[in-house]
Design a protein around this ligand. Structure first.
Ligand code: SF4
Length: 361
């Protein structure tokens, strides 16, 4: 019987008991998400803390260790897949070009939206809530037309490029709690491909550019982002542009470094290089984010969760960020690739796809 353990194999179908358990977890997380959204819209001070200072800081580490957990329970995904679950989707397939274009838009959206946190979202819960509502509206609309996760979760979602970069060596493959049968709607499916990385598909120029932008650009972008203070008020267009300046410079520097390195190293080390850039990105994030959460940040109260400045010695924070950096480099760079996918592909609906999968194993 198929259960949610490490031995779940490709093509295994979930038992009705497992489906029930996953549905209960999805509903619980959806209700949690709805509560955070309600807080953002009606109690913005609490909402901002819950969303930006608790939920978001957990996400990168979860993507590294077990992104399949998030893929199975993300409240936005649960909402966006409702048309498909209820049989209301036209279930169209995106072409490779369309999917590549969606992936590129997702990366650009990520780089455009994140600096706006300094200008708007970090101190405006209502604006953050409206952004989430807008994303849900786009995702649900796409869900009425396109098959399973293809258009949003593996296409336009701005978080997805980060999942692909960080989720290259996950701890375990969970059952796929969304797709009941695999319709081969995304090729390669990011959920079902072992040791996923953003360069795994280079079918079109859009895939190639989006892969380069996220692998090469993200570490520097994160570094730049953490060197910009939250602007309480955007008084002019130049102040607005200020929030983009350092992230864009950081993005350009590491992108160029990545382009040079990927051209000079032998092709067999390309995966290792991607892992190093992934580890650099996530380590840089926690290098700055953990001190800020605990009151040791560069800019006073920016990103503060609980002020422990008078409680903890400074060296303990330094030890903490060294430890997280060592952990992420071990996990992503030095740990052997374990050939696990984020979730396990359910049985193909199409018999030919099943046959091909059996022959390729
Ligand atoms: S598992 Fe199959 S149906 Fe589900 S998203 Fe991946 S390709 Fe599409």
């Amino acid at each position: 019987m198929a259960t949610a353990n490490f031995d779940f194999k490709s093509g295994d179908q979930l038992s009705s008991r497992s489906i029930l358990i996953w549905r209960i977890i999805q509903i619980a997380v959806w209700l949690l998400g709805a509560t955070i959204l309600t807080c953002l819209l009606f109690y913005p001070t609490i909402g901002v803390i819950l969303f930006w200072n608790i939920l978001i800081p957990v996400a990168p580490a979860l993507f590294v260790v077990a992104v399949g957990v998030w893929r199975n329970v993300c409240p936005l995904a649960t909402t966006n897949l409702l048309p498909r679950q209820l049989g209301l989707s036209k279930r169209k397939k995106l072409t490779a070009t369309q999917l590549g274009q969606f992936n590129l838009i997702a990366v650009i959206a990520l780089y455009l939206i994140v600096p706006l946190r300094h200008a708007v979202f970090n101190h405006n819960g209502v604006a953050t809530g409206m952004m989430i509502v807008a994303m849900a509206a786009i995702g649900v609309t796409l869900g009425f037309f396109y098959e399973w996760k293809s258009a949003w979760c593996s296409g336009l979602c701005p978080v997805h490029p980060v999942e692909k970069l960080y989720g290259g060596n996950v701890l375990m493959s969970l059952p796929n709690a969304n797709c009941d049968q695999c319709m081969n709607c995304v090729i390669p499916c990011p959920d079902s491909t072992p040791n996923m990385n953003p360069k795994i598909s280079a079918k079109t120029i859009y895939h190639k550019i989006s892969g380069l932008m996220i692998i090469g650009g993200l570490p520097g972008f994160i570094w730049g982002w953490f060197h910009v203070p939250d602007e309480a008020q955007i008084v002019s267009f130049p102040t607005f542009l200020n929030v983009y300046q350092l992230p864009v410079i950081g993005f350009a520097v590491t992108l160029v470094a990545y382009l040079i390195l990927s051209n000079v190293i032998p092709a067999k080390y390309e995966r290792k290089l991607i892992s190093i850039f992934a580890a650099s990105g996530v380590s840089c994030y926690y290098w700055y984010r953990l001190p800020a959460l605990l009151g040791f940040g560069k800019f006073a109260d920016d990103g503060l969760l609980i002020n422990l400045k008078d409680v903890l010695p400074t060296w303990s924070i330094f030890a903490l960020i060294i430890a997280t950096t060592v952990f992420f480099f071990y996990w992503l760079v030095f740990r052997k690739k374990n050939n696990r996918s984020w979730v396990v592909r359910p049985q193909f609906a199409n018999k030919e796809d099943n046959l091909k999968a059996v022959l390729s194993n």
